[in-house]
Write a protein that binds this ligand. Structure first.
Ligand code: C2E
Ligand code: CA
Ligand code: CA
Length: 576
């Protein structure tokens, strides 16, 4: 397929290459004709010398016995010619068979040689068989060709489809030839379809295909542009044969300009535009699936930005944006459909007595799998959805508490809820919290708000105001991920917190060296001096529990004593 791409009309040729079965080699044709001639000569020789014998393994075999063998061989050659070389083979076979007729007729009717009778009938039967085989085979081939064409061609525009595009790229990759893949999407095509009808829409799609095919044929300087239609109003261009990467933009610009020329259908003028996402082999990747993904990512980024820029090259950071947008979409959907749920991870004192639970947000993907909070919480924070996540989890946690208190009025159980600093700073925060506590008739003293240590660095004064309000309501305050920020002792001293949560990273290291252990011990001591309780999170083994008991840490949270669990399992734990 490859070499055809160097000339004009390459799309047609590539399609033909892809859709037609490969021709059998010419040498095979010559060989078959030669073999046929030899077999025929053998047949004539064997029948003419029918009376003579040949000695084989002490047996006397008449030459005439070989006439049948040679004649069968000749017929096999004829059949192979018809099957392998289609029309040429068929005509050759007929020619070869008919040339024998005059000889046979002379032998029978003039020389009265009765030995030629079987040959005469055999000849007629072979011709009939050859015609039947050819006709049947021709029909099968016709349908095969139609099917193959349908597999590589887009019906509406006659352009190659995605499969053909992939085949072409595979070929370029095999030859290690650099190329650019451009994903194209027409702007506002849907509105043409909706307002002018599908027929007009189809005419537009066909016109675009024609313009671009014609332009690709006009390309010079060894540049080849392969135009394919992928779906509705999506096209792909595969550009090869250019010398510099920068040339790709210029070529794409030519396609853009060609597209934007006025298009008149049924007396109406249309001005079509499109977005073009570009990626390059091998510059961006050498995997074809990744290239499709990258070109589409650049295209989607253009659409998302929605500006007047219609051409963009792929950059790795676009993928992050893509993922971000996708996660945000899922998050919005989950929030709108009350699909944000929660887990409760138990917290214990160091004698393994239940203190309470930390409420952790959970979100499921459409396939039922969980999306990690590490992925969706940062997206929620950046997109301003975090308050809705926090409040949803808060409400679920309070509802859980009301269930507990209904069964155990004197329970001292505490539920910790994570609140993002951004959310905490909103003026509406206190009213929202109050509203939920009133709705479920739960006393505030059972609730603890977890705030990350970073709050002390970023916005201490305003935070202090808010934290005092929380305390005034009767709720507790915990400083989460303690040790990871840079809070100064003086801030910590004036911070009205109840609990310090030592970050998992310190607990992980604690038993690896004496200094790490002393570090954790120092945090516990400071916490106690400042009148806070201290909890360690991410505790995973017995040795860590031993050390934490030894240095006087008050509470323990971690997989060793309890993983995050459903509300039903948590209720069971409370009442067990
Ligand atoms: P975090 O507040 O530090 O929560 C503790 C995280 O550590 C949880 O991860 C928990 O499942 C995990 N963890 C607890 N014990 C162990 C252990 O022994 N080993 C290990 N390897 N991990 C342990 P998760 O649920 O994935 O939450 C991640 C983060 O997402 C949380 O970290 C918190 O910052 C945030 N988050 C979760 N829910 C909410 C929420 O409702 N609101 C806000 N603003 N943030 C939330
Ligand atoms: Ca937390
Ligand atoms: Ca934490």
């Amino acid at each position: 397929m490859g070499d055809h791409l160097r000339s004009g009309k390459q799309i047609d040729r590539t399609l033909r290459d892809l859709s037609l079965r490969k021709e059998s080699p010419k040498s095979g044709y010559v060989l078959l004709v030669l073999l046929y001639a030899i077999a025929m000569a053998g047949t004539v020789f064997a029948s003419r010398n029918g009376g003579r014998f040949i000695q084989l393994f002490e047996n006397q075999i008449p030459f005439s016995a070989f006439a049948g063998v040679f004649s069968s061989l000749a017929n096999i050659c004829i059949i192979c010619l018809v099957v392998l070389y289609r029309k040429t083979g068929f005509l050759t076979a007929l020619f070869l068979l008919f040339t024998q007729f005059p000889m046979l007729v002379v032998n029978i009717f003039i020389r009265h040689n009765v030995n030629s009778f079987p040959g005469f009938f055999m000849n007629i039967l072979t011709i009939t068989a050859v015609v039947i085989i050819y006709m049947t085979h021709r029909n099968v081939l016709k349908y095969q060709t139609i099917l193959r064409e349908q597999a590589v061609k887009d019906r509406l525009t006659g352009l190659p489809n995605r499969f053909a595009c992939t085949e072409l790229m595979n070929d370029l990759v095999r030859r290690d030839e650099k190329f650019a893949l451009v994903s194209v999407d027409l702007n506002d095509f849907k509105s043409i379809n909706d307002t002018m009808g599908h027929d007009t829409g189809n005419e537009v799609l066909k016109a675009v295909a024609e313009r671009w095919t014609a332009l690709s044929d006009r390309m010079q300087d060894g540049i080849n542009v392969f135009v394919a239609r992928i779906s509705a109003d999506e096209y792909m261009l595969v550009i090869s044969g250019y010398s510099l990467s920068e040339d790709v933009e210029d070529i794409v610009l030519m396609f853009k300009d060609e597209l934007e020329k006025k298009l008149t259908i049924d007396g109406c003028d249309y001005f079509i535009t499109a977005c073009f996402g570009i990626t390059e082999y091998p510059r961006d990747d050498n995997n074809i699936d990744s290239l499709f993904l990258f070109a589409d990512a650049a295209l989607h980024e253009l659409k998302r930005l929605g500006g007047s820029n219609y051409i963009m090259r792929f950059r790795p950071d676009i993928l992050n944006t893509e993922k971000f947008v996708e996660t945000e979409r899922k998050l919005r959907h989950a929030l709108d459909n009350k699909k944000i749920s929660f887990n409760l991870q138990p917290q214990f004192d160091n004698d393994h007595k239940l203190r309470g639970f930390e409420a952790l947000a959970r979100m499921r993907d459409s396939d039922g799998s969980y999306i990690s909070p590490a992925e969706f919480i940062p997206v929620a924070e950046k997109s301003g959805l975090i308050d809705r996540v926090d409040m949803r989890v808060f409400e679920l946690a309070v509802e859980f508490l009301s269930d507990v208190l209904r069964g155990k009025k004197d329970s001292g159980l505490i539920i910790s809820c994570n609140v993002s600093v951004k959310h905490l700073m909103k003026n509406s925060f206190i009213d929202e919290v109050k509203g939920i506590l009133i709705k479920y008739q739960v006393p505030a003293s059972h609730i603890e708000i977890e705030i990350t240590e970073s709050i002390m660095i970023d916005s201490m004064d305003k935070a202090m105001e808010r934290i005092n309000e929380i305390k005034a309501l009767g709720m507790k305050v915990a400083i989460d991920d303690f040790g990871t920020g840079y809070s100064s002792l003086s801030y910590l001293n004036s911070f009205p917190s109840d609990l310090l949560k030592i970050d998992k990273s310190f607990i992980d290291l604690m038993n690896t060296s004496e200094s790490s252990k002393q570090y954790v011990a120092a945090i516990v001591t400071i916490g106690h001096v400042l009148n806070f309780s201290v909890i360690s999170e991410g505790v995973e083994d017995e040795a860590q529990i031993e050390t934490l008991r030894e240095i006087g840490c008050d509470y323990i949270q971690g997989f060793i004593w309890g993983r995050p669990m459903s509300a039903d399992d948590a209720l069971e734990l409370v009442f067990s």
